[in-house]
Design a protein around this ligand. Structure first.
Ligand code: NAI
Length: 479
């Protein structure tokens, strides 16, 4: 791309190189389609560059730090230091390794890479959709494709009264690149991002105050888990103010000040705003071509991820469903397969997710209190980490797993829990659910001993009063 316009024709043009876009591009190539991908920054999107992966590096370091501060029984640690700048450098190296790995994979699969901002210009009969690419250096180009996949993701939500200046009033993007830990931090929004950052920064010695609009933190999680984290945070002196509405935020010479609608004021060295994300669907030429979107810019798609305009697909955060990287990649595969004539309908029925607090949280399918269970009879089985040999050996006795079961068929409807490595246990349950598995399928699967995975059959069997290493007089089967 060097200033001039050239035209090249592809089977598919993907706009956006995050987990939806790059996975979709690779799958198109695997399916034998000629594919072009347009990315304006670095491959990997929010997940690899500013989300899942960099936060997990910091999460892992924070967990290590916790072990140093409160070592396992039998150990005394006589002083230690950490260099946060080095930690940030390591995080950047991990990000670079993964993002450049994605680029190498795309090249190896012969996906044509274009750097710049992609925009659909229109449809031109046999030539398909024309897509312009404007790069940062001012050059531009145009390609055409029979199909276009929009996969442009989301970015932190900004509210004018919050005056985000990216210095003292920041979003998760900047929070990941601070070279030193602030002395104090106010986090607005105690959702997934807010709680993951509260866990990390508090471990590194930052004094944290969280302000949440709703009556509880992590309000979309299971109520018991939300209370567990609330208690965990309070025990670590993380102040949590719920049911509080922020009126405005203003930057001070040193720091920033938050004012609530009640007039109460709080100040700190930095304020992190994590109140949700907005969809990156403007300026893609979608409206002009007639793609149906709602007021927030969310794109309507069918079961194949195709929009109302034949040949235009959309995947990831910009369509229905939770904003999760793995859901975005799944969307990308659905679109790539359908374009290649491998007809598949999407199904988000078994969609696991995790929250990386310490301990971590994992969920799949239905939980007690979910609307999907209001009309259905169900039982809940439960098993504690404190009763697992492996958890005790690891000195990780905190937490539990709950499994929701359909009483007549004993089919697994969902599971949620909190505890060490729980996302890995949830991954196992998701596999059973994908194949319509029951409590007995779990029971008849031999689980290696000693592993945390033994918690899975115990929790499932407890739903019918048959857990081996638990006696619950309320649910236990009468002889
Ligand atoms: P979120 O929707 O999870 O949480 C935002 C929180 O801010 C909510 O609790 C909301 O009640 C609160 N809030 C909204 N407006 C407010 C205001 N004016 N004042 C105070 N509180 C306010 O959004 P978040 O944390 O920004 O995350 C965005 C998305 O990213 C999530 O949907 C999640 O799916 C995804 N994500 C997933 C992760 C994972 O899977 N581990 C990690 C991080 C993000």
């Amino acid at each position: 791309m060097n200033g001039g316009i050239f035209l090249e024709k592809f089977d598919v043009c993907i706009i956006g190189g995050g987990p939806a876009g790059y996975v979709s591009a690779l799958k198109c190539a695997i399916n034998g389609l000629s594919a072009a991908i347009i990315e304006k920054e670095r491959f990997g999107g929010t997940c690899l560059n500013r989300g899942c992966i960099p936060t997990k590096v910091l999460y892992s370091k924070a967990k290590f730090l916790k072990k140093l501060k409160t070592p396992e029984r039998g150990f005394t640690i006589n002083g230690f230091n950490f260099n946060y700048e080095e930690i940030i450098k390591y995080k950047d190296e991990v990000v670079l390794t993964l993002t450049s790995g994605v680029e190498k994979l795309l090249k190896a699969r012969k996906v044509n890479i274009f750097y710049g901002s992609g925009k659909i210009k229109g449809k031109n009969g046999e030539k398909g959709f024309s897509v312009s690419i404007d790069s940062k250096d001012g050059s531009s180009a145009e390609i055409s494709a029979d199909n276009v996949i929009a996969a442009t993701g989301s970015s932190p939500l900004m509210i004018p009264a919050f005056n985000i200046d990216h210095k003292n009033i920041i979003t998760s993007d900047e929070a990941l690149s601070l070279n030193k830990i602030p002395k104090s931090l106010i986090i607005i929004g105690a959702g997934v991002i807010g709680c993951e950052f509260a866990n990390i920064f508090s471990e590194f010695g930052c004094s944290i105050e969280m302000i949440e609009l709703l009556p509880s933190i992590l309000s979309t999680e299971d109520k018991e888990i939300s209370r567990f984290i609330d208690k965990n945070f309070k025990s670590r002196n993380i102040e949590v103010k719920t049911g509080a509405e922020v009126k405005s935020i203003k930057a001070l010479e040193a720091g920033a000040e938050v004012e609530l609608v009640t007039g109460e004021k709080f100040s700190a060295e930095k304020v992190l705003v994590s109140i949700g994300r907005k969809l990156n669907t403007s300026d893609l030429g979608l409206e002009e071509i007639g793609v149906t979107m709602d007021k927030r810019g969310k794109i309507e798609t069918d079961m194949h991820n195709e929009t109302n305009i034949k040949g235009i697909y959309a995947c990831g955060d910009i369509i229905d469903g939770p904003m999760l990287a793995h859901k975005a990649s799944y969307d990308g595969i659905i679109a790539a397969d359908n374009i290649a004539g491998i007809i598949k309908e999407k199904d988000y029925g078994v969609l696991p997710w995790s929250v990386y607090t310490n301990p971590s949280i994992g969920t799949v399918g239905l939980r007690e209190g979910d609307a999907g269970l209001s009309e259905i009879k169900y039982t809940v089985g439960r098993f504690s980490y404190a009763a697992s040999g492996m958890a005790l050996a690891m000195e990780e006795p905190e937490g539990f797993l709950k499994v929701v079961v359909e009483p007549e068929t004993k089919k697994i409807l969902g599971a949620t829990g909190i505890g060490a490595d729980i996302p890995e246990l949830i991954a196992e349950i998701a596999s059973y659910m994908h194949f319509g598995g029951t409590v007995f399928d779990i029971e008849s699967t031999i689980h290696s001993h000693p592993t945390l995975s033994e918690i899975v059959p115990e929790a499932a069997l407890d739903s019918i009063g048959e857990a081996i290493h638990k006696f619950n007089p309320r649910t236990a089967k009468k002889a």
